[in-house]
Write a protein that binds this ligand. Sequence first.
Ligand code: GLC
Length: 431
Amino acid sequence: MAGKLSKKARAELADRKRRMAWWHEARFGMFVHWGLYSVVGRHEWVQNNEQIPRDQYEALARKFKPKRNCARQWAKLAKKAGMKYMVLTTKHHEGYCLWDTATTDYNAAKTGPGRDLVAEYVAACRGEGLKVGFYFSMMDWHHRDGFKCCKSEPARKRFVKYIHAQVRELMTKFGAIDVLWYDVSYPLNAKTWESAKLNRMVRKLQPDIVVNDRSQMPEDFGTPEESIVAAGAGRAWEACMTFNGSWGWVDTTDDAWHGARDVVLMLRQCVAGGGNLLLNIGPKPDGSVPVQAVERLTKVGKWMDVYGKKCVYGPRPRSDGLCDVGNMIVWTRGRNPKRVFAWCNTWPNGEVGMGWFKGKVKRVKLLTPQGAKPVKFTQTPRRLVITGLPKACPDKAVGIAILQIDCASRPTRKMGIHTENAVVWWGDYDY
Ligand code: GLC
């Protein structure tokens, strides 16, 4: 296959592999949506949804009073949760820039807080050893040409120049940036945005950067939103998920928040499909993290401390050919092709059987906060039965413990239905 590619295409693939090595290793990142909409607390689209007049919305900047270096709390929490990178909304659709830009005074340094909030964020990420990502909305509700650009060529030219200049600043003012996360490219298209030129500039300024697919160019990775759907084989992807149904801060009830267990299940789904998880927090206007996020991410971190290294981080084959039964036990593969992990979403009562397991099992270990413990098993052509498990789930953080199964060869499963002694195959399970 690789032999059929042109020299240029091969070089591009090799370069992508090099640039994305850390990203595949990282698996788990924190998304941060924060801007003037946080002051309102009714979703980051509030300006558009409620049709707030421009001058009224601009006045929010005076009420935006972030605590100095509040980004340190985000970064510390991200690290504690086992996240390896962060992505901050440097500018959301509202058009208000969190950095000190020369392109407009509608920015945090000149209007409102009087500080460059992106600089604080970058320092906070680096302080915790996290990779730095910039979200940047191409759509801009504040710029006078933000919509006119699709009706008038002079307006388009002005607006595209403005957007390219902003991206250039972001790519030059803060040192090495690890991720550029474009968002909504309405109302132009790749050609009228001059996206190819834009991304050429980005890569020239930041040769190691990883770029998402929302400038209407495929670039390095796909971005399923609020759903965890794997991209086709060979294509990198990252599912971005809200924590409580809104990206920007909203004061919801505790029940509206995903639990720590839900987050671990999201991670499991990403691992199974070979993708990353970018989980959002929407800090309050003063920059503090909602307590629900702190509480849940702290638990996720406890779980990641035990299971992250073996079962989550790093490139590994997708779960193809394995299948899940009743959501009791769900499978992912290890970096080692002869190893699989059985995530016990529901703790089995002392013993658990797995039908249609193919591959000679050599060893089974129960992974616990106290270490890996060998467990007994018996295997027949149709069943693998693991016995002698503790009555209670050894994981107290979220109630999901994992069995590590090592085989003599790459294991697979085929799912079927028993009919007397025969098995009706359901065929290969396609993740
Ligand atoms: C969307 C929304 C936006 C959010 C983003 C996150 O496109 O417009 O509010 O920032 O996706 O993925």
